[in-house]
Design a binder for this molecule. Structure first.
Ligand code: PLP
Length: 400
């Protein structure tokens, strides 16, 4: 019989979720509004200490509405991390905006603040500043937010943190995303806590969240009939999913503790293996270690990350390459001809985008592997995973 499948980061219910869902059914709030939704927004705000929040259908929807609320429009540039998931930046293109990607730094793998500072200076010289900056908190590690805000402030550019992966992480003792103009979070099924699908936009700016809430409900004006002065979206989270979220929020701290223990297990098992490195933890914060990520140097380890991934897969264990950087994605690939940024030859449906640097993120992509990090895993599961990885190295010597 095949071994039990180990998934990368599956949902892990805490036990109270069904009770909340049952309550929602009993009160017949099987609807895109209701008391659980309001409770979730309140409880979430208290947890992350960001005073206002609106619960939405996904993290991508939250980013879409955040950028719309900040007035991003056709031709506007928006700076983002190149090392991220596409949901972080696809909303820029929904408005006809142009993403500009910034490379990672080596200490956090997040947006390199020095490259950002250089790029903003260059933007100023060219006479066109970006409308927003979106740093991603990668794999649960916060970006260097205060530095990024300090760099953006003189230009009056708002920072929207993509904290989709970083709920429960801290930066200088603040929650991920706190202190920025706005932050988005995801409750996708693979995240540290989940509502099956969903997201939240949070901000200290009450007006921004009130406007976002209105946009998420078809931009309905406060009239008894349906009155619309502008176009909105149908992006509100349902009350049923919010009920799941209320149960999940209760176990967030436990999940962070367990994710960090999983990292420690892998670290202790593999730290002395030549050719294996771990995603560093920046000194300014505490990662939630949403996923444990390793770098494999083939010349030292004896196998490349794809060989290891396939070896794990053959044992029914899911792992995944690190995000392919956005500047390497066919949809964003571009070349400069004269003064113009054009889609690379042969691209279909192209959204040509600039990149600043890129070699650090490329290297992380080629060598990086995300290991199974589900919080319901047992010691036995972890031992199974580690033994497959170590066997890949032993095979090197077997071949010699
Ligand atoms: C970094 C990052 N940004 C944005 C998103 C988008 O979130 P969602 O899947 O809820 O739309 C995700 C996760 O899925 C993510 O990992």
């Amino acid at each position: 019989m095949a071994n039990k499948r180990i998934f990368l980061s599956p949902p892990h219910m805490g036990g109270e979720e069904l009770r909340y869902v049952k309550k929602a059914f009993e009160s017949n709030y099987v609807a895109p509004a209701g008391p659980h939704l309001e409770s979730l927004e309140r409880a979430f705000s208290e947890t992350v200490e960001i005073p206002y929040a609106v619960a939405l259908s996904s993290g991508t929807a939250a980013m879409h509405i955040a950028l719309r609320s900040l007035g991003v429009g056709p031709g506007d540039e928006v700076i983002a991390s190149t090392m991220t998931f596409i949901g972080s930046v696809s909303p820029v293109t929904f408005f006809g905006g142009v993403p500009v990607f910034i490379d990672s730094d080596l200490t956090s793998w997040n947006m390199d603040p020095d490259l950002l500072a250089n790029e903003l200076e260059a933007c100023k010289k060219r006479g066109k500043l970006p409308r927003a900056v979106i740093p991603t908190d990668l794999y649960g590690q916060c970006c260097d937010l205060d530095r990024i805000i300090d760099i953006c402030e003189p230009y009056n550019i708002p920072v929207v943190v993509d904290a989709a992966e970083a709920l429960g992480a801290t930066y200088n003792d603040r929650s991920a995303g706190a202190g920025a103009k706005a932050a988005i979070f995801s409750f996708n099924g693979n995240k540290i806590i989940t509502t099956s699908g969903g997201g939240i936009l949070a901000s200290e700016d009450k007006e921004l969240i009130e406007y976002a809430r209105k946009l998420s409900q078809q931009a309905r004006e406060p009239f008894p009939h349906y009155e619309h002065k502008e176009i909105g979206y149908n992006y509100r989270m349902s009350n049923i999913l919010a009920a799941i979220g209320l149960g999940q929020l209760k176990v967030l701290n436990d999940r962070v503790t367990k994710k960090r223990k999983i990292f420690d297990f892998y670290y202790n098992a593999l730290k002395n293996v030549p050719g294996v490195e771990f995603m560093p933890e920046a000194r300014y914060g505490r990662s939630n270690r949403w996923l444990t990520v390793i770098l494999i140097t083939p010349e030292e380890f004896g196998a490349d990350r794809e060989t290891v991934r396939l070896a794990l897969e053959s044992e029914n264990i899911e792992s995944r390459p690190v995000w392919k950087p956005m500047h390497m994605q066919p949809v964003f690939r571009a070349e400069i001809q004269g003064q113009k940024l054009l889609a690379k030859n042969g691209s279909i449906n192209p959204y040509p985008a600039r990149v600043v640097g890129g070699s650090v993120a490329e290297d992380l992509f080629f060598r990086g592997l995300c290991l199974p990090s589900g919080t319901a895993m047992t010691k036995g599961d972890l031992n199974r995973i580690v033994s497959v990885i170590i066997k890949c190295r032993k095979n090197k010597y077997a071949r010699m």
